[in-house]
Design a protein. Structure first.
Length: 348
């Protein structure tokens, strides 16, 4: 029903416009008595065989919602009713910022893809914390953190530290985002020296807490094998808990959408089906070269249960959807979980 009737209507409107409309609609209907129960009953698949034990947490199923969808932690409880095993909020920065100029998100329907150059638009970490304090459900929440656009890379660690401290009591794990292509010079923080310093600083803060939280690093798909080797080395040196692979790509090769159309969309990160192969390659490389010692959350082109199996076989333990949620609709997690059970999926 979603693909036949609802998606064609949604796709008549600008992506950001429909995104905000959907948020308001879900928020409104979930306030009606009994609706949240019905949504959860229809979309959630509960089965012990789907559970994943990782980072000291029990994920009810391996399918999470990737960062960027609920940037400001406005809808995490309600989105949890749609069956997600976990939800990652953000990217959040210390200060509110508007992000890049609109239009800044574009659909490529022929490719089941999106291009975005949002630029870490958010209302600031403190406002998100106020909403997280009112959390109603037990959904596992990850906090994706970044730096403000105007913060120089030399001072970036201060921004990550502020977000870490503000969110610590209210999220279950952290995702350190140094891989968005839409904040100037941000990806330079993936270089070995600055990244090691940043993660060691966060790890030191974390170790001073009574109950430390898992810290994960979100990396770009555009890294070379040599850079991926550095990532493995950094993860081992800093002793962070894992990697999220991967963020959006700046690569535009092998798209079905007309080249001139893509060019008019301009710069930004590409997500969705065109990222499937590269994301899997990065996951497999990290897993194989580290002797499967690094826990990995897979992101990139996940639309079906077969996509999930591909990522798990490559070495991931969990997956996240974002573009797939937009193209496949609200039943994506239910469909994936039911198919995993049908093919006798097991967690090893």
């Amino acid at each position: 029903m979603y693909k036949l009737f609802i998606k064609p209507i949604f796709f008549l409107f600008a992506p950001e416009t429909i995104h905000h409309l959907v948020f308001k609609t879900i928020k409104f209907i979930c306030k009606i008595p009994g609706v949240s129960f019905l949504i959860k009953h229809f979309y959630t698949v509960t089965d012990k065989r789907l559970e994943v034990q990782l980072f000291g947490l029990t994920f009810p199923n391996p399918v999470g919602l990737g960062a960027g969808f609920d940037k400001d932690a406005k809808l995490f409880d309600e989105l949890g009713y749609f069956g997600f095993g976990f939800i990652e909020i953000g990217t959040l920065t210390p200060k509110a910022q508007p992000g890049n100029d609109k239009p800044r998100m574009f659909r490529l329907p022929q490719d089941n893809a999106l291009i975005n150059r949002m630029g870490f638009n958010n209302h600031g970490v403190e406002e998100a914390v106020e909403r997280l304090r009112k959390r109603k459900t037990k959904i596992i929440i990850g906090g994706n953190i970044g730096k403000n656009k105007m913060t120089a890379n030399e001072e970036a660690a201060n921004d990550y530290e502020k977000c870490f401290e503000a969110l610590f009591e209210y999220v279950d794990y952290f995702a350190v985002n140094v891989s968005s292509p839409n904040t100037p010079n941000l990806r330079a923080l993936q270089d070995k020296e600055p990244l090691t310093k940043l993660l060691l600083r966060l790890k030191l803060l974390n170790n001073q807490k009574k109950n430390p939280k898992p810290i994960l690093l979100k990396i770009a798909p555009d890294l070379t094998n040599e850079q991926l080797d550095d990532i493995i080395s950094i993860v081992k040196e800093t002793n962070i808990e894992g990697v999220i692979a991967t963020n959006t790509t700046i690569d535009r090769s092998n798209l079905k959408t007309d080249k001139s159309t893509v060019e008019t969309m301009g710069a930004g990160g590409l997500s969705g089906k065109p990222l499937t192969k590269r994301s899997t390659e990065v996951i497999k490389y990290l897993s194989d070269k580290s002797n499967k010692s690094i826990p990995i959350i897979a992101v990139g082109g996940i639309h079906t249960a077969l996509d999930v199996i591909e990522k798990l076989n490559a070495g991931a333990s969990l997956v996240q959807v974002y573009t797939g949620f937009i193209y496949e609709g609200p039943g994506i997690v239910r469909k994936i979980c039911n198919e995993l059970l049908r093919i006798s999926y097991r967690n090893e």
